[in-house]
Ligand binder design. Structure first.
Ligand SMILES: Cc1cc2nc3c(=O)[nH]c(=O)nc-3n(C[C@H](O)[C@H](O)[C@H](O)COP(=O)(O)OP(=O)(O)OC[C@H]3O[C@@H](n4cnc5c(N)ncnc54)[C@H](O)[C@@H]3O)c2cc1C
Length: 306
Protein backbone atom coordinates (compact mmCIF):
# COMPACT_ATOMS: atom_id res chain seq x y z
CA UNK A 1 0.00 0.00 0.00
CA UNK A 2 1.25 3.47 -0.79
CA UNK A 3 0.53 5.86 2.01
CA UNK A 4 -3.25 5.85 2.23
CA UNK A 5 -3.89 6.03 -1.48
CA UNK A 6 -5.67 2.69 -1.40
CA UNK A 7 -8.14 4.23 1.04
CA UNK A 8 -9.51 6.80 -1.42
CA UNK A 9 -11.85 4.19 -2.97
CA UNK A 10 -13.70 3.35 0.28
CA UNK A 11 -13.74 7.07 1.22
CA UNK A 12 -15.37 8.08 -2.09
CA UNK A 13 -17.74 5.19 -1.68
CA UNK A 14 -18.78 6.61 1.70
CA UNK A 15 -18.73 10.37 1.00
CA UNK A 16 -18.60 10.87 -2.80
CA UNK A 17 -21.55 12.11 -4.89
CA UNK A 18 -23.21 9.74 -7.40
CA UNK A 19 -21.32 11.52 -10.20
CA UNK A 20 -17.97 11.23 -8.39
CA UNK A 21 -18.48 7.52 -7.76
CA UNK A 22 -19.24 6.94 -11.43
CA UNK A 23 -16.40 9.18 -12.62
CA UNK A 24 -13.60 8.00 -10.32
CA UNK A 25 -14.29 4.62 -8.72
CA UNK A 26 -14.01 2.35 -11.81
CA UNK A 27 -10.56 3.75 -12.69
CA UNK A 28 -9.43 3.42 -9.06
CA UNK A 29 -10.59 -0.17 -8.73
CA UNK A 30 -9.10 -1.12 -12.14
CA UNK A 31 -5.82 0.56 -11.25
CA UNK A 32 -6.08 2.84 -14.31
CA UNK A 33 -5.45 6.06 -12.41
CA UNK A 34 -2.76 6.49 -9.79
CA UNK A 35 -3.44 8.86 -6.89
CA UNK A 36 -1.30 10.56 -4.27
CA UNK A 37 -2.33 12.07 -0.96
CA UNK A 38 -2.01 15.78 -0.18
CA UNK A 39 -2.57 16.22 3.53
CA UNK A 40 0.77 17.29 5.13
CA UNK A 41 2.22 20.76 4.65
CA UNK A 42 5.58 22.30 5.61
CA UNK A 43 4.16 23.63 8.89
CA UNK A 44 1.29 21.20 9.38
CA UNK A 45 2.12 17.56 10.03
CA UNK A 46 1.05 16.26 13.42
CA UNK A 47 -1.10 19.35 13.87
CA UNK A 48 -2.78 18.67 10.54
CA UNK A 49 -5.82 20.85 11.24
CA UNK A 50 -3.58 23.93 11.10
CA UNK A 51 -3.06 23.39 7.34
CA UNK A 52 -3.04 26.54 5.22
CA UNK A 53 -3.00 25.55 1.53
CA UNK A 54 -5.89 27.72 0.36
CA UNK A 55 -8.82 26.92 -1.93
CA UNK A 56 -10.97 29.98 -2.69
CA UNK A 57 -14.27 29.63 -4.48
CA UNK A 58 -14.52 31.67 -7.69
CA UNK A 59 -17.79 30.90 -9.50
CA UNK A 60 -17.90 27.18 -10.18
CA UNK A 61 -14.22 26.66 -9.50
CA UNK A 62 -11.81 26.68 -6.57
CA UNK A 63 -8.52 28.54 -6.97
CA UNK A 64 -5.81 26.70 -5.01
CA UNK A 65 -2.58 28.30 -3.74
CA UNK A 66 0.08 26.92 -1.40
CA UNK A 67 1.94 23.63 -1.10
CA UNK A 68 1.81 20.06 0.18
CA UNK A 69 4.87 18.18 1.39
CA UNK A 70 6.07 14.58 1.80
CA UNK A 71 3.63 13.66 -0.95
CA UNK A 72 4.44 10.01 -1.73
CA UNK A 73 4.71 9.17 -5.43
CA UNK A 74 3.36 12.57 -6.62
CA UNK A 75 6.00 12.41 -9.38
CA UNK A 76 4.27 9.38 -10.94
CA UNK A 77 0.67 10.05 -9.90
CA UNK A 78 -2.15 11.25 -12.18
CA UNK A 79 -4.29 12.82 -9.45
CA UNK A 80 -3.96 14.16 -5.93
CA UNK A 81 -6.67 14.12 -3.26
CA UNK A 82 -6.24 16.35 -0.28
CA UNK A 83 -7.38 18.72 2.41
CA UNK A 84 -7.52 22.43 1.63
CA UNK A 85 -8.39 25.51 3.66
CA UNK A 86 -11.62 27.09 2.46
CA UNK A 87 -12.27 29.22 5.57
CA UNK A 88 -10.26 30.72 8.41
CA UNK A 89 -13.34 31.52 10.50
CA UNK A 90 -14.13 29.59 13.71
CA UNK A 91 -12.54 26.28 14.71
CA UNK A 92 -9.70 25.41 12.34
CA UNK A 93 -11.13 21.91 11.71
CA UNK A 94 -14.33 23.43 10.30
CA UNK A 95 -12.65 25.40 7.49
CA UNK A 96 -11.18 22.38 5.67
CA UNK A 97 -12.52 20.91 2.41
CA UNK A 98 -11.63 17.66 0.63
CA UNK A 99 -10.76 18.13 -3.08
CA UNK A 100 -9.75 15.89 -5.99
CA UNK A 101 -7.26 17.55 -8.34
CA UNK A 102 -5.75 16.32 -11.61
CA UNK A 103 -1.97 16.73 -11.46
CA UNK A 104 -1.95 17.83 -15.08
CA UNK A 105 -3.85 21.04 -14.18
CA UNK A 106 -1.83 24.18 -15.09
CA UNK A 107 -0.10 25.77 -12.07
CA UNK A 108 1.00 22.52 -10.35
CA UNK A 109 4.72 21.80 -9.89
CA UNK A 110 6.13 18.64 -8.29
CA UNK A 111 9.62 18.90 -6.76
CA UNK A 112 11.50 15.77 -5.55
CA UNK A 113 12.69 15.29 -1.95
CA UNK A 114 15.34 12.56 -1.71
CA UNK A 115 15.27 10.25 1.30
CA UNK A 116 18.59 9.76 3.06
CA UNK A 117 19.03 6.19 1.80
CA UNK A 118 18.85 7.65 -1.71
CA UNK A 119 15.38 6.85 -2.99
CA UNK A 120 12.96 9.27 -4.66
CA UNK A 121 9.64 8.53 -3.08
CA UNK A 122 8.39 11.80 -1.61
CA UNK A 123 7.87 15.24 -3.07
CA UNK A 124 6.72 18.76 -2.43
CA UNK A 125 3.75 19.80 -4.57
CA UNK A 126 3.23 23.50 -5.30
CA UNK A 127 -0.10 25.03 -6.32
CA UNK A 128 -0.06 28.39 -8.09
CA UNK A 129 -3.57 29.62 -8.95
CA UNK A 130 -4.70 26.08 -9.77
CA UNK A 131 -8.33 25.99 -10.91
CA UNK A 132 -10.38 23.03 -9.69
CA UNK A 133 -14.03 22.40 -10.67
CA UNK A 134 -16.37 22.59 -7.67
CA UNK A 135 -17.74 19.20 -8.76
CA UNK A 136 -14.41 17.77 -7.50
CA UNK A 137 -15.26 18.74 -3.92
CA UNK A 138 -16.00 15.59 -1.88
CA UNK A 139 -18.74 16.03 0.72
CA UNK A 140 -19.80 19.50 1.79
CA UNK A 141 -17.54 22.54 1.98
CA UNK A 142 -15.98 22.43 5.48
CA UNK A 143 -16.56 18.68 5.89
CA UNK A 144 -12.99 17.78 4.87
CA UNK A 145 -11.74 17.16 8.41
CA UNK A 146 -14.39 14.51 9.04
CA UNK A 147 -13.67 12.85 5.69
CA UNK A 148 -9.89 13.02 6.20
CA UNK A 149 -10.22 11.41 9.65
CA UNK A 150 -12.32 8.60 8.15
CA UNK A 151 -9.67 7.98 5.50
CA UNK A 152 -6.82 8.11 8.04
CA UNK A 153 -8.56 5.55 10.28
CA UNK A 154 -8.66 3.08 7.38
CA UNK A 155 -5.11 3.97 6.43
CA UNK A 156 -3.72 3.33 9.92
CA UNK A 157 -5.33 -0.04 9.92
CA UNK A 158 -3.49 -0.75 6.63
CA UNK A 159 -0.17 0.69 7.82
CA UNK A 160 0.04 -2.09 10.43
CA UNK A 161 0.92 -4.26 7.36
CA UNK A 162 0.68 -7.61 9.14
CA UNK A 163 0.72 -9.55 5.86
CA UNK A 164 3.86 -7.81 4.60
CA UNK A 165 5.63 -8.36 7.92
CA UNK A 166 4.67 -12.05 7.84
CA UNK A 167 6.34 -12.32 4.42
CA UNK A 168 9.42 -10.44 5.71
CA UNK A 169 9.63 -12.75 8.73
CA UNK A 170 9.44 -15.82 6.48
CA UNK A 171 12.30 -14.45 4.47
CA UNK A 172 14.30 -13.88 7.65
CA UNK A 173 13.51 -17.45 8.71
CA UNK A 174 15.08 -18.78 5.51
CA UNK A 175 18.18 -16.71 6.13
CA UNK A 176 18.32 -17.82 9.77
CA UNK A 177 18.09 -21.50 8.93
CA UNK A 178 20.45 -21.35 5.95
CA UNK A 179 23.46 -23.68 6.07
CA UNK A 180 26.42 -21.54 5.16
CA UNK A 181 29.51 -23.53 4.08
CA UNK A 182 32.17 -23.04 6.77
CA UNK A 183 29.80 -20.94 8.89
CA UNK A 184 27.14 -21.50 11.52
CA UNK A 185 23.37 -21.27 11.20
CA UNK A 186 22.14 -18.03 12.68
CA UNK A 187 19.23 -19.73 14.38
CA UNK A 188 21.70 -21.75 16.50
CA UNK A 189 22.79 -18.50 18.14
CA UNK A 190 20.68 -18.31 21.31
CA UNK A 191 20.48 -14.52 21.38
CA UNK A 192 19.39 -14.34 17.74
CA UNK A 193 16.90 -17.18 18.17
CA UNK A 194 15.42 -15.46 21.22
CA UNK A 195 14.84 -12.24 19.26
CA UNK A 196 13.49 -14.11 16.24
CA UNK A 197 10.91 -16.11 18.21
CA UNK A 198 9.88 -13.09 20.27
CA UNK A 199 9.13 -11.27 17.02
CA UNK A 200 7.23 -14.24 15.66
CA UNK A 201 5.11 -14.41 18.83
CA UNK A 202 4.44 -10.64 18.80
CA UNK A 203 3.41 -10.76 15.14
CA UNK A 204 1.09 -13.67 15.80
CA UNK A 205 -0.51 -11.77 18.71
CA UNK A 206 -0.93 -8.68 16.49
CA UNK A 207 -2.55 -10.73 13.74
CA UNK A 208 -5.03 -12.20 16.23
CA UNK A 209 -5.81 -8.72 17.58
CA UNK A 210 -6.32 -7.40 14.06
CA UNK A 211 -8.71 -10.27 13.25
CA UNK A 212 -10.60 -9.65 16.48
CA UNK A 213 -11.05 -5.97 15.54
CA UNK A 214 -12.00 -6.85 11.96
CA UNK A 215 -14.60 -9.35 13.05
CA UNK A 216 -16.04 -6.81 15.50
CA UNK A 217 -19.36 -5.02 15.04
CA UNK A 218 -18.61 -2.95 11.91
CA UNK A 219 -15.24 -4.38 10.92
CA UNK A 220 -12.51 -1.98 9.85
CA UNK A 221 -14.96 0.94 9.53
CA UNK A 222 -15.64 0.99 13.27
CA UNK A 223 -11.98 1.40 14.17
CA UNK A 224 -11.07 4.49 16.15
CA UNK A 225 -8.29 4.21 18.69
CA UNK A 226 -8.06 0.50 17.75
CA UNK A 227 -6.57 1.52 14.38
CA UNK A 228 -3.96 3.57 16.27
CA UNK A 229 -3.06 0.58 18.46
CA UNK A 230 -2.59 -1.61 15.37
CA UNK A 231 -0.56 1.09 13.64
CA UNK A 232 1.85 1.55 16.56
CA UNK A 233 2.38 -2.15 17.24
CA UNK A 234 2.42 -3.10 13.54
CA UNK A 235 5.10 -0.57 12.61
CA UNK A 236 7.21 -1.39 15.69
CA UNK A 237 7.26 -5.09 14.84
CA UNK A 238 7.86 -4.35 11.16
CA UNK A 239 10.81 -2.15 12.04
CA UNK A 240 12.25 -4.82 14.37
CA UNK A 241 11.98 -7.50 11.67
CA UNK A 242 13.83 -5.30 9.17
CA UNK A 243 16.46 -4.45 11.80
CA UNK A 244 17.07 -8.12 12.61
CA UNK A 245 17.29 -8.92 8.88
CA UNK A 246 19.88 -6.18 8.39
CA UNK A 247 21.82 -7.55 11.38
CA UNK A 248 21.62 -11.04 9.86
CA UNK A 249 23.31 -9.53 6.81
CA UNK A 250 26.10 -8.21 9.02
CA UNK A 251 26.58 -11.71 10.47
CA UNK A 252 27.14 -13.13 7.01
CA UNK A 253 29.11 -10.19 5.64
CA UNK A 254 32.57 -11.85 5.98
CA UNK A 255 31.31 -14.93 4.12
CA UNK A 256 30.61 -15.01 0.42
CA UNK A 257 26.91 -15.70 0.88
CA UNK A 258 25.40 -17.73 -1.95
CA UNK A 259 22.64 -15.70 -3.60
CA UNK A 260 20.40 -18.73 -3.62
CA UNK A 261 20.52 -19.88 -0.02
CA UNK A 262 17.37 -21.96 0.06
CA UNK A 263 18.48 -24.49 -2.50
CA UNK A 264 16.63 -23.02 -5.43
CA UNK A 265 13.27 -22.49 -3.73
CA UNK A 266 13.06 -18.72 -3.59
CA UNK A 267 16.22 -17.34 -5.20
CA UNK A 268 16.80 -14.67 -2.57
CA UNK A 269 18.53 -11.53 -3.81
CA UNK A 270 20.21 -11.14 -0.45
CA UNK A 271 22.86 -8.53 0.20
CA UNK A 272 23.77 -6.70 3.38
CA UNK A 273 23.42 -3.37 1.57
CA UNK A 274 19.90 -3.98 0.32
CA UNK A 275 18.72 -5.17 3.74
CA UNK A 276 20.20 -2.09 5.40
CA UNK A 277 18.52 0.16 2.81
CA UNK A 278 15.23 -1.59 3.43
CA UNK A 279 15.57 -1.08 7.18
CA UNK A 280 16.36 2.61 6.75
CA UNK A 281 13.54 3.13 4.24
CA UNK A 282 10.99 1.59 6.60
CA UNK A 283 11.89 4.04 9.35
CA UNK A 284 9.08 5.98 7.63
CA UNK A 285 6.17 3.86 8.84
CA UNK A 286 6.28 4.99 12.50
CA UNK A 287 6.14 8.56 11.09
CA UNK A 288 3.53 8.50 8.35
CA UNK A 289 -0.24 8.01 8.74
CA UNK A 290 0.24 10.19 11.83
CA UNK A 291 3.37 9.53 13.92
CA UNK A 292 3.34 6.81 16.58
CA UNK A 293 3.63 9.46 19.31
CA UNK A 294 0.40 11.02 18.05
CA UNK A 295 -1.25 7.58 17.92
CA UNK A 296 -0.31 7.06 21.58
CA UNK A 297 -1.94 10.40 22.40
CA UNK A 298 -5.11 9.25 20.60
CA UNK A 299 -5.18 5.97 22.52
CA UNK A 300 -4.50 7.73 25.84
CA UNK A 301 -7.38 10.12 25.22
CA UNK A 302 -9.89 7.58 23.89
CA UNK A 303 -9.17 4.60 26.09
CA UNK A 304 -7.52 5.97 29.23
CA UNK A 305 -9.42 9.26 29.40
CA UNK A 306 -6.17 11.26 29.72
C1 LIG B 1 8.27 8.60 3.81
C2 LIG B 1 7.11 9.49 4.15
C3 LIG B 1 6.02 9.53 3.29
C4 LIG B 1 4.95 10.39 3.56
N1 LIG B 1 3.93 10.46 2.65
C5 LIG B 1 2.95 11.37 2.83
C6 LIG B 1 1.92 11.53 1.85
O1 LIG B 1 1.88 10.83 0.84
N2 LIG B 1 0.98 12.47 2.05
C7 LIG B 1 0.95 13.26 3.17
O2 LIG B 1 0.03 14.07 3.30
N3 LIG B 1 1.91 13.14 4.12
C8 LIG B 1 2.91 12.22 3.97
N4 LIG B 1 3.90 12.08 4.93
C9 LIG B 1 3.93 13.03 6.05
C10 LIG B 1 3.62 12.43 7.40
O3 LIG B 1 2.25 12.18 7.56
C11 LIG B 1 4.15 13.44 8.45
O4 LIG B 1 5.56 13.42 8.34
C12 LIG B 1 3.73 13.09 9.85
O5 LIG B 1 2.35 13.32 10.04
C13 LIG B 1 4.50 13.93 10.90
O6 LIG B 1 4.42 15.28 10.61
P1 LIG B 1 5.75 16.19 10.52
O7 LIG B 1 6.72 15.50 9.62
O8 LIG B 1 5.35 17.56 10.20
O9 LIG B 1 6.40 16.12 11.98
P2 LIG B 1 6.00 17.03 13.22
O10 LIG B 1 4.53 17.14 13.33
O11 LIG B 1 6.78 18.29 13.15
O12 LIG B 1 6.54 16.14 14.42
C14 LIG B 1 7.94 16.06 14.75
C15 LIG B 1 8.08 15.08 15.91
O13 LIG B 1 7.36 15.60 17.06
C16 LIG B 1 6.43 14.63 17.53
N5 LIG B 1 5.20 15.31 17.98
C17 LIG B 1 4.55 16.30 17.33
N6 LIG B 1 3.45 16.68 18.03
C18 LIG B 1 3.42 15.89 19.14
C19 LIG B 1 2.50 15.77 20.26
N7 LIG B 1 1.41 16.55 20.36
N8 LIG B 1 2.77 14.83 21.22
C20 LIG B 1 3.87 14.01 21.11
N9 LIG B 1 4.76 14.09 20.08
C21 LIG B 1 4.54 15.01 19.11
C22 LIG B 1 6.12 13.74 16.33
O14 LIG B 1 5.70 12.45 16.72
C23 LIG B 1 7.47 13.69 15.63
O15 LIG B 1 8.29 12.72 16.23
C24 LIG B 1 4.96 11.20 4.72
C25 LIG B 1 6.05 11.12 5.60
C26 LIG B 1 7.11 10.28 5.33
C27 LIG B 1 8.28 10.23 6.28
Amino acid sequence: MIYGVGMLGPTLFEYGSAWQKQRFLPDIFNGDTFWCQGFSEPNSGSDLASLGCKAQLDGNEYVVNGSKIWTSEAHIADWIFGLFRTSSEGRKQLGITFLLISLSTPGITVEPLLLFEGTHEVNQVFFDNVRVPKSHQVGAQGEGWTIGKYLLGLERFGTAEVSRTKASLERLRQIAYAEIPGGTRLIDDVTFANRFFQLETSLHALEMTERRFLLGDDGSESLGAEASILKVRGTEIQSDVFRLTAEAGAHFAPIDLPRNIDDGQANLPYTTGSEARNYFNYRKTPIYSGSNEIQRNIVAKAKLGL
